[in-house]
Write a protein that binds this ligand. Structure first.
Ligand code: ADP
Ligand code: MG
Length: 321
């Protein structure tokens, strides 16, 4: 029902950045190589995400807007082996329940456009589109005024959007992302699979030069990435990006492990810039903790923390030689 969708939307769609995250993640899940994200007025006016992914078959589009309709999990088993970014089947119905959504999609053969508003399908028409999906969301929270009121300044909402796209770009160096705000290009990645190049695009070429590659593994984990030299610091730990099996996550203990790797090399209140790509058996990760999937539960968290801090410590010790 529309009401159930709106309740789910309360958890999944907090702000414009949540819409950007869900739509862009769907594009990545659909194997897109190019994802264009166009936002107007920090996403409050409109959010458009265009991808060249698999597309949705015409006769499945309406199902995609039904709750818990996901094409990504087919069995209970899969729930414990989640490899796609989405799997709850909540994003599209949630967004459509609190906004105006026009989605055009094509699997290559034929295309279709659906127009939803406040959870209701207003129109479905045939459409011509090369393979991929093009979604536009406007009038976000038009029917939930409390949500609208709760939004922060345009500057803060835009910062959240930039953060979401940065993290996704860092997670998927092989996908070319473009973020445009009010016609101005804020980010463009090449999609050549080069993490260092993505880092340079986001944090600047100068900063990227002050980062060193790290590489470590133990029987359960592999770790690859880049960490800043101790001289390059930030006032917030927000610049520590942790990716687990391609998903940007939040985890206190692992963040602390990154900082611990620097020992006494950091000034008080300063934090390193770091991007760590951590890979492990999906069975060691439980992503089904929160609807936004940012927080994960890990078995063997302490062992992973140890690998992180020792890998960074050993690498930084080598730099000074
Ligand atoms: P989930 O991602 O959890 O499966 P969503 O509500 O985000 O749920 O999407 C529902 C379904 O719609 C997806 O499982 C997928 O089949 C389809 N879908 C959504 N966006 C896209 C896209 N950009 N390209 C191809 N398929 C899509
Ligand atoms: Mg999704």
């Amino acid at each position: 029902t529309v009401l159930a969708d709106q309740i789910a939307a309360g958890e999944v769609v907090e702000r414009p950045a949540s819409v950007v995250k869900e739509l862009a993640e769907n594009a990545v899940d659909a194997h897109a190589t190019q994802v264009d994200i166009l936002v107007v007025e920090a996403g409050v006016r409109s959010i458009r995400v265009i991808d060249d992914g698999d597309g949705i078959a015409t006769d499945e589009v309406r199902t995609a807007f039904k709750r818990h309709a996901t094409s990504k999990i087919t069995s209970r088993e899969d729930l414990f082996r989640v490899s796609s970014l989405g799997f709850r089947g909540e994003a599209l119905p949630s967004i459509a329940s609190v906004a105006d959504v026009t989605l055009t999609t094509s699997t290559g053969a034929s295309g279709t456009t659906v127009h939803y508003r406040g959870g209701k399908l207003l129109q479905q028409t045939p459409a011509a589109l090369r393979q991929g999906t093009d979604v536009t969301v406007t009038d976000l929270f038009f029917n939930t005024p409390a949500r609208l009121k709760y939004l922060k300044s345009a500057q803060t909402e835009l910062a959240n959007i930039v953060d979401v796209v940065d993290r996704l770009a860092l997670s998927y160096p092989a996908v070319a992302f473009r973020l445009v705000h009010n016609q101005k290009e804020l980010l463009r990645t090449a999609g050549r699979g080069d993490l260092q190049q993505v880092i340079a695009g986001i944090y600047g070429v100068q900063n990227a030069r002050k980062m060193v590659a790290v590489d470590g593994n133990d029987p359960d984990f592999t770790l690859k990435g880049f960490v800043a030299l101790p001289e390059l610091t930030r006032a917030s730990r927000q610049y520590i990006t942790l990716l687990i099996n391609g998903r940007a996550i939040k985890n206190q203990q692992l963040t602390k492990a990154v900082i611990a790797g620097y020992g006494s090399k950091l000034m008080v209140g300063r934090y390193p810039l770091a991007v760590l790509d951590l890979r492990m058996d999906p069975l060691l990760v439980d992503v089904n903790v929160h609807p936004t999937k940012r927080e994960v539960r890990l078995s063997k968290e302490s062992a992973l923390a140890k690998l992180i801090s020792t890998t960074i410590r050993d690498r930084l010790a080598n730099v000074n030689l």
